[in-house]
Design a protein around this ligand. Sequence first.
Ligand code: FDA
Ligand code: NAD
Length: 435
Amino acid sequence: MGRAFTYVILGGGVAAGYAALEFVRRRGDAALGELCIISEEAVAPYERPALSKGYLLPEGGARLPAFHTCVGANDQLLTAEWYREHGIELILGTKVISADVRRKTLVTSIEETINYKTLIVATGARASKLEEFGVSGSDAENVCYLRNIVDADKLVRVMRSSPGGNAIVIGGGYIGMECAAALVANKIKVTIVFPGKYCMDRLFTQKIAEFYENYYTSKGVTFIKGTAVSSLEVSSGMVTTAILRDGRPLPADMVVVGIGARANTALFEGQLTLEKGGIKVNGQMQTSDASVYAVGDVAAFPVKLFGGDARRLEHVDCARRTARHAVAAVLDPTGAAGDIDYLPFFYSRVFALSWRFYGDNAGEAVHFGDLGFSSASSTPKFGAFWVSSGRIAGAFLEGGSPEEYEAIAHAVRRGAAVPDVAQLAREGLAFVVRE
Ligand code: FDA
Ligand code: NAD
C-alpha cells in the first residue's frame, strides 16, 4: 500500500508546526492535499518547551490543546482541526522506519510507503540514555526522561506519587536545571549530580553558574558536582538508590535524567552528508540531496554571523526559524528566499528567574551587574558579554526588560565594537542600551 504527496514533513515537533503554518501562509487553499506530516507522536505538533515548565506545575498545569504550535503573539493555535481545515494530512502515532532518498520514498511502521517530491526532515533529537554511559535502569518505573508528552505524563505521575520524597536529577544542563526547579515546586527534595565543575557548562561561565547554584541551594537543592551516578539499585521495578562513582549511596524515590540529546539522523546515514552530529544543509536548509531539506534540532546549518560556520542548535527559536526558511526556499526555487541569516537565541525560565542569550559564547567573557546571590526573593539583573576579535559575539542577560533584551540582541547582531574591555565591564548593560 502507498500514498504520494508533493511535500512531506518527517517529524511532528516544533519545526513541523511552524513549517505547516508557513506553508499555509504562502499557499493558502492551493495547498490542499499536497502536504503531509508524519509523526511518531500521537498528537499534533506542540510547543515542546512547555513540558519542562508549565506542564510540571503542581496545580493548573498547561495541557493540550492549549500549547499546540504556534501559540504566542500573532500566531495561531494549530490543533488537529486546523490541519484538517487546511487540507494537511497528519499521520500521527506512526514511525518512519526507513527512507530511500534516491527513490524518494519513506516506509512507515505499518509498512505503508509514502512517496514525496520534496521532503523536509524535522526529526529533532532524542534524549541520551543512561545505558549509553554504562548505567542500567532506564526502564524502572520511577526513572524519568523528558523529551515528549508521554515522558512528561510519566514525570507528573511519578512526581505525584513521591510527595516529600527524594529525587536524584542526573545531569546539570537544561533538563536537569528546569526539572529540578519543577520538582522543588512539587515539594520534592532534589539532589543534582553531574560530572562538570558547574551547571550549564555548555553556555554559562563559572560566575553565572554560581549565581544559579546558590539560588537553587537557597531553595533546598543539593549539588553533587565532578562525579557521576555509576549504577542504580532497582527493587520490584523501582530505583531505590543511586550509587556514585566513589560508592556513595543516595536514597531515591525517583530519578530524572537529562544527560544530553542526540539528533535523529539514523534514517539518513549513508544517504545524506552529516555534520556536527546532524544533517548538513546549505543556507536554504537544503541537504546534499536537492529534494531533501532539514530543519530544527537535526540540521547543521551555516550561521552567517559566525562566518558561515555550521552549527546545530537545539533550541526552539532555531526550530521555528529554520522551518519557516526551508518552506520559503522550497516554495520558491528561484532562490528568492536567500540564505538564512540567523541570530542564535536561547532562553530559560526557572523559579522566578528568566534569562536570554544571543549569539556565541566565544572569546573573553565580561560580566556585568550583581552576580552575587543575596536572596531568592530579590529580582536580580546581571549578565555577560563575550568579546571576540574586539567585537561583542554573544550576550547573556538575567532579569532583563524587553528593551534590554532587544539592545543586547542588537549589539550581537551588529557585532558592536569593544575598543576597551574595561569600559564594557564598567558600563555593563549601559554600554549597549544607550546606543
Ligand atoms: P522536536 O523534537 O520538537 O520534534 C521532532 C519530532 O520528530 C517528534 O515529534 C518526533 O516524535 C518525530 N520523529 C523523530 N523521528 C521520527 C521517525 N522516524 N518517524 C516519525 N516521527 C519521528 N528550547 C528553548 O529554546 N527554550 C526552552 O525553554 C526549551 N525547553 C525545552 C524543554 C524540553 C522538555 C525539551 C525536550 C526541549 C526544550 N527546548 C527548549 C528545545 C526545543 O524544544 C527543541 O529545540 C525543539 O523542539 C526542536 O524542534 P524539532 O522540530 O527540530 O524537534
Ligand atoms: P544538555 O546538553 O543541556 O545537558 C547535559 C548535562 O548532562 C550536562 O550537565 C552534562 O555535564 C551532563 N552529563 C553528561 N553525561 C553525563 C553523565 N554520564 N552523568 C551525569 N551527567 C551527565 O542536555 P539536556 O539538559 O539533557 O537537554 C536535552 C535537550 O533539550 C537539549 O537539546 C537542550 O538544548 C534541550 N532543552 C533546552 C531547553 C532550553 O533551551 N531552555 C530546556 C530543556 C531542554
